[in-house]
Design a protein around this ligand. Structure first.
Ligand SMILES: CC(C)(C)CCc1c(C(=O)O)[nH]c(=O)[nH]c1=O
Length: 312
């Protein structure tokens, strides 16, 4: 078992944290996560320069989830590295994640050089749902570009690195992506990001509910749990066991956490439900998961991780 995997497995003892983009924009939000029962935190995806993001309203909550077109508002990668390095010093036994995203491979390389220069000891999450060159689909749906980015990134970066993936909906896409991902010393993959370009309508006003992109935005919450579970399990079936899987999407109860782990996740992230409930959700989810494990006689995650049964 590679050192990276051993370290990563150690890192994933506890299993519930925030999803990038939610409650992680600045020091205030990140400190609240650090004080909560969350196992760790991940920052909003940092870019080379800070960004204001899209005009508001750019986030909207529904009974079943959320829609967002934030436009990557963030303080810039340097801000997050400075803060997380400080927190990491004070909590050496916790391992933190910094998310980043470039708008092309050159930027990705620059971002990772910045990470290296800062002496960051935690885990980098490269957000592959980032935009690509105009006229091409988002990076995560452009397989040759994903391959090229990972090839280039791993030529220079030796630290712990995972990728945040968009959801896939075709078995051949799972096969093609897994084939690419297995070529690289990835610490983990994080499945799934929001389901892109959904549309939620205010029927009474006959109008969209967010301003950017004529109301089109990424969908999170209950709507995406079946897709998230399928992506986690599809990659669990296909990836080398050295690559851990973080399950994200549709988690709001201990049952949802249990199901993600049953599909093969070593750790889970919470987005929409965290936005609605706040950091106290981590205590509730941990208690609910422990109750389910007790009722089934499980003592640790590996007792049921990836053990989803099929119909014979
Ligand atoms: C959608 C992008 C702006 C290209 C990346 C940042 C991002 C955003 C965002 O900042 O709008 N929202 C998501 O649900 N997922 C993401 O990965």
């Amino acid at each position: 078992v590679s050192t990276a995997t051993k370290i990563a497995q150690k890192k994933f003892d506890n299993c519930i944290m925030n999803a990038s983009g939610v409650w992680c924009y600045d020091e205030k939000e990140l400190s609240a996560l650090d004080k909560s029962e969350a196992a760790s935190f991940v920052t909003k995806s940092g870019t080379l320069e800070s960004r204001k993001g899209n005009p508001k309203p750019r986030y909207f909550e529904t009974d079943l989830g959320s829609i967002n077109s934030m436009g990557l508002p963030n303080q810039g990668l340097e801000y997050y590295l400075n803060f997380v390095n400080k927190v990491q010093e004070q909590n050496p036994n916790k391992n933190y994640f910094v998310s980043c995203t470039g708008f092309n491979v050159q930027e990705d390389v620059l971002l990772l050089e910045e990470v290296k220069k800062s002496g960051f000891k935690g885990i980098v999450e490269l957000n592959l749902s980032c935009p690509n060159v105009p006229g091409k689909p988002q990076t995560g749906y452009d397989f040759e570009t994903v391959d090229m980015i990972l090839q280039t990134v791993f030529e220079n970066y030796e630290g712990l690195l995972g990728v945040k993936l968009p959801p896939y909906f075709d078995i051949v896409h799972f096969d093609q992506m897994a084939k690419i991902l297995n070529k690289y010393p990835l610490t983990y993959i994080n499945s799934v990001n929001s389901i892109g370009n959904g549309l939620y309508i205010d029927e009474e006003q006959e109008k969209v509910v967010i301003k950017p992109k004529n109301g089109f935005g990424g969908i999170g919450g209950d709507y995406i749990k079946p897709t998230a579970l399928a992506n986690v399990h599809a990659f669990y079936q296909r990836l080398d066991s050295r690559i851990q899987i973080i399950g994200t999407g549709g988690i709001k109860t201990g049952r949802d956490v249990f199901e993600h782990i049953l599909c093969g996740a070593s750790m889970v992230q919470v987005g929409t439900a965290l936005m609605k409930e706040g950091p106290s959700i981590f205590r509730r989810l941990t208690r609910e998961l422990e109750a389910i494990m007790r009722s089934k006689g499980y003592e640790k995650l590996s007792d049921f991780k990836g053990k989803l049964k099929y119909m014979n």
